[in-house]
Design a protein around this ligand. Sequence first.
Ligand SMILES: NC(=O)c1ccc[n+]([C@@H]2O[C@H](COP(=O)([O-])OP(=O)(O)OC[C@H]3O[C@@H](n4cnc5c(N)ncnc54)[C@H](OP(=O)(O)O)[C@@H]3O)[C@@H](O)[C@H]2O)c1
Length: 361
Amino acid sequence: MAAARRLSLRHVGLTAENPSVGTLLVQGEGGDARIVGRGVTAITGRPHSERVALEDAGAAARGATAYVTLEPCAHHGRTGPCADALAAAGVARVVIGAADPDPRVDGRGIAILRKAGIVVRELFEAGGSGRPFEGFLSRLRRGRPHVTLKMAVSADGAVGRPGPERVGISGAVANRQVHLMRAGMDAIMVGVGTALADDPMLTCRLPGLEARSPIRIVVDPQLRLPLGSRLVRTAVDVPTLIATTRAADAAAVPYRRAGCGLVPLEGYDADDLRALLRFMPSVGVQSLMVEGGPALANAFLWAGLVDRIVLVRSAAVVGDLGIAAPEGVLAPRGFRLGRRERFGADVWTEWERDDACSPES
Ligand SMILES: NC(=O)c1ccc[n+]([C@@H]2O[C@H](COP(=O)([O-])OP(=O)(O)OC[C@H]3O[C@@H](n4cnc5c(N)ncnc54)[C@H](OP(=O)(O)O)[C@@H]3O)[C@@H](O)[C@H]2O)c1
């Protein structure tokens, strides 16, 4: 299952509203086990991974065990259900990594398999609702994207320094990890404070992954984003949305002309942020990385809208004028420790919200 999950990562962010699922078809057991078919959900979301793997395996699928990271589908689209396809190919056993809460599936895929005499094993507890499709699960269960809040914090607890001079907090290796994370996200969000201070590009600049840059979103209630900023100037190349209370004003027109999309925002309340997130799936955003400054980070934390915190703790010292990091990222409450790595001189820590992706969170 771990190998199937790794395979599924290939198309994360490229499968539209479908999750990127991995399927491995395996013949034999233990030391004799042999992968006879591999599949990952195709770019744009179709065909599903099960069909790709069955095609890859051909006749070798008969009697095989299928490791599928998400419950096979049970509904008729342009093709029949994947659960039927597995049964028709003579697969003997199916191991499933996570339940699919899509109302068209929701246990029906498993029922089809069992009815066909296939042995089904559910690995739902073993991290099954994990990363590759947490955005998909979040959209289905909560109607909003999965939210990762990322912050780089200096040794003396600062996220930056006021004024035009930009301070680098995290090192080159951690920065590349951030770019890798961006590549798997549907959107990145900052507040206009960050856009004004840093004039960022917010793209993925890893060699070979440039085309994986997500949608950029600037929370800019008063439309303060300069028309000459790099974000606006590159909006024709990289999709850019501005969430603003002035979407209907004449002031919004030049941004539209420059290629930006304008998204209505009611105001500064937690409910307004919630409404903004609920709008996100309609523009294809199921996973969101908030890379803004402390104002936006605090707003997300206070609204209870953060599912994962990525804290990059560096050895750099900013000094007396430093802008303090939000308390909520330094000592997260209601989160459990996920991953911890050292990247160069930086310590990268991920905190997972205890109830992430539950319907009420
Ligand atoms: N170390 C890091 O990880 C990191 C990351 C990003 C930025 N930074 C640093 O942080 C500093 C900027 O901090 P910042 O707090 O000003 O940046 P920010 O949070 O990105 O932007 C703040 C602005 O966004 C708008 N905003 C924030 N929360 C909102 C909400 N709930 N509803 C509506 N609008 C909201 C407000 O705009 P209006 O005032 O126009 O209403 C606010 O002034 C810079 O020095 C930058 O370099 C550090």
